[in-house]
Design a protein around this ligand. Structure first.
Ligand code: ATP
Length: 395
């Protein structure tokens, strides 16, 4: 827990509040973070999102001061903070485990950092009252942590960080111990708090729904490398590479070969159908590659989001490009959508999601025609041997 009081800190002007410059972190023979650059805007809600082990917590811990970068600089309002210990940084962290002191009541837990920093008693009392009101926990000041629910303890952990008025609030998977409903409530709560405060939030999560629900921008990480930075809409609609396309939202990847290219349209042959694609962009498999132009004969992966696929009883759609005949393997009613798992040919499994309203589910074993708009298809290099890297090696 950091306990810095930063009320006196003069806020700097300028857009980029926190700058990570060429930061790298090596543990023994394991590189957790490859050389990485990232600018966090003042007052934004930025999420670090990625699968377990991608390095997001390590990055957060370097900002907090709990880990030292092997290389690079971390600038806060233009000043390098790498040499400052955690308690001297105008930054506070909220952890997954709330780390409240069990023997102290809530007010004393929140006041702890201010007392350590020798803030005058009347000011402490006022700031504790204010921050309890901010997290809507005014009536709980006298209770012990064990007398609070998990969600209430999480609010107190937030209050204890915010009472120090940090320039940057770091949140390390703070909601992962909460059940789903409470998590959703806390997401709204955090958004509300962020809107009220000028504080920059850097939020670590492996939960894409959480990141999409709350963030101004999302940094998608994999294997110590930033794969894409953008708004939720950006990275969902326009993934920069195959990793992001598969990690954010559901995705159908279909192995395909470029059969021909004619007047700006590519025809891709899959095992069971033909796709006509109006873009010749071949996006890389990972951030290591770059977008190229499709060429005839290449093996690629075509990607179609489940919600872009229409499902109709067989026989009603003409068999043209961008259609396929399949069999419903199973379906699930998810409230707002019906999700179908459909087999096409011997080995393609296609996930389709159609709005539930006004739609009667097609039963398992039903024969169906699938169709999609040409612009629903994006094309990516193959994993482990993307066309981009093949080209760099050969052509
Ligand atoms: P998770 O969601 O599981 O917490 P993460 O994305 O936060 O994962 P990190 O905790 O940052 O991942 O770990 C990144 C890599 O660095 C992993 O390979 C991890 O094993 C390694 N690592 C992290 N901390 C240490 C450490 N103190 N010593 C050695 N290796 C470490």
């Amino acid at each position: 827990m950091t306990t810095t009081v930063t009320a006196e800190t003069t806020p700097a002007t300028g857009l980029d509040h926190l700058e990570i410059q060429g930061v790298k972190k090596v543990f023994g023979d394991n590189t957790a973070i490859e050389r990485l650059d990232l600018s966090v805007h003042r007052g934004e809600f930025l999420s670090l999102l990625g699968p377990s082990g991608c390095g997001k917590t390590t990055l957060l811990r370097m900002i907090a001061g709990f880990e030292t970068p092997t290389d690079g600089a971390i600038l806060l309002s233009g000043k390098d903070i790498v040499s400052l210990p955690p308690h001297r940084r105008p930054v506070n962290t909220v952890f997954q485990s709330y780390l409240l002191f069990p023997h102290m009541n809530i007010a004393d837990n929140i006041a702890y950092g201010l007392k350590q920093a020798k803030v005058p008693k009347p000011e402490i009392a006022q700031r504790v009252r204010e921050v309890l009101a901010l997290v809507q926990m005014e009536d709980f000041a006298g209770r012990k942590p064990e007398q609070l629910s998990g969600g209430q303890q999480q609010r107190i952990a937030l209050a204890r960080a915010l009472v120090n008025r940090p320039q940057v609030l770091l949140l390390d998977e703070p909601m992962s111990a909460l059940d789903r409903k409470l998590r959703e409530e806390m997401q709204l709560e955090l958004k509300r708090l962020h809107t009220k405060l000028d504080t920059t939030f850097v939020f670590v999560t492996h939960d894409q729904d959480e990141a999409l629900a709350m963030s101004d921008r999302i940094v998608v990480m994999y294997d110590g490398v930033i794969q894409q930075i953008g708004t939720g809409e950006d990275i969902y609609a326009n993934p920069a590479n195959g990793f992001v396309a598969g990690f954010i939202g559901k995705q159908n990847f279909i192995p395909a070969e470029v059969a021909s290219i004619d007047h700006g349209t590519a025809r891709l042959r899959t095992a069971n159908t033909v796709l006509e694609v109006p873009s010749l962009d071949l996006r890389p498999a990972t951030a290591a590659g770059r977008t190229e132009t499709l060429r005839a004969g290449e093996r690629v992966r075509a990607a179609i989001r489940p919600e872009r696929i229409r499902v109709a009883p067989a026989g009603q759609e003409p068999a043209t490009a961008n259609t396929a005949r399949g069999t419903v393997m199973s379906y699930s009613f998810l409230g707002d959508v019906i999700q179908y798992m459909i087999t096409v040919g011997d080995n393609d499994e296609i996930l389709a999601r159609v709005p539930a309203a006004g739609s009667t589910p097609l039963s398992a074993d039903a024969e169906v025609d699938l169709s999609w708009d040409a612009d629903a298809v994006a094309v990516y290099g193959c994993e482990g041997g993307s066309s981009s890297s093949d080209r760099e090696g050969g052509a």
